[in-house]
Design a protein around this ligand. Sequence first.
Ligand SMILES: [Zn+2]
Length: 264
Amino acid sequence: MKKACDGLVLRVTDSGENDRALTVLTAEEGKLHIIAKGARSVRSRNASLCRILSYSNLELHKKNDLYWLMGGSLNNAFFGINSDLEAFSLASYIAEIADEISGENFPAHEVLQMTLNTLYAIENGLKPLWQIKATYELFAANISGFMPDLVTCRDCGKESFEGELWLDVMNGAIVCPVCLSKKNGSLPVPDTDRFETRNILLPLDASALAAMRYIATAPLKRIFAYGLSSKESADYLCRAAETYLLNHLERGFDTLTFYHTVTK
Ligand SMILES: [Zn+2]
């Protein structure tokens, strides 16, 4: 059976003697696993389609439950990302998150669109890398159904906060300092609760919270269109977004470790 579809290469591994195995994200079917025969050969006409981050119209042949790459045409290779190590390391992390949050035989229109928008934003420097990263991490949490409840303090129902407040990572909630100190007597908060589960409480301020609320509700084409009021607010957002996603996916990413080493 032959078919053609647009897909973004998220992962490339060697296969057989001269082949490549690709994990490709498509809108209609989510992730596809594709074998590209002979793609490691320098003479392969499909080599450009088989690079990580290549977005192409792919011609596929399905046989024995496997997709084989027959040919295709490149839509966008995001070449501009390859020349900058920080940009490339962030893009690799984004691709790994996209792989993690997508399934097979399950439409992925929004994840594909957001991932393409994010790669475009990285390549063209539309926003600082830390902001692009935090936005994608919270998008990933949101689309996976575990965004925290950012509307009110979970205990008193307050909606607006002037000073510092806290993100309760494991319970997906925000809590104001008054409620937190009532519950815990005095700060700092113990790092395990009475059920011996890990408590992770991260500080936020009004600007970081506003950014998180914005990301949770903005249309994809406007999702990067927000600012932070200070460097401190930006640091709160970055720490919250990364810690929240990793704890809810219950895993780390080698590409994230690499991103941190190159952006230090
Ligand atoms: Zn409260």
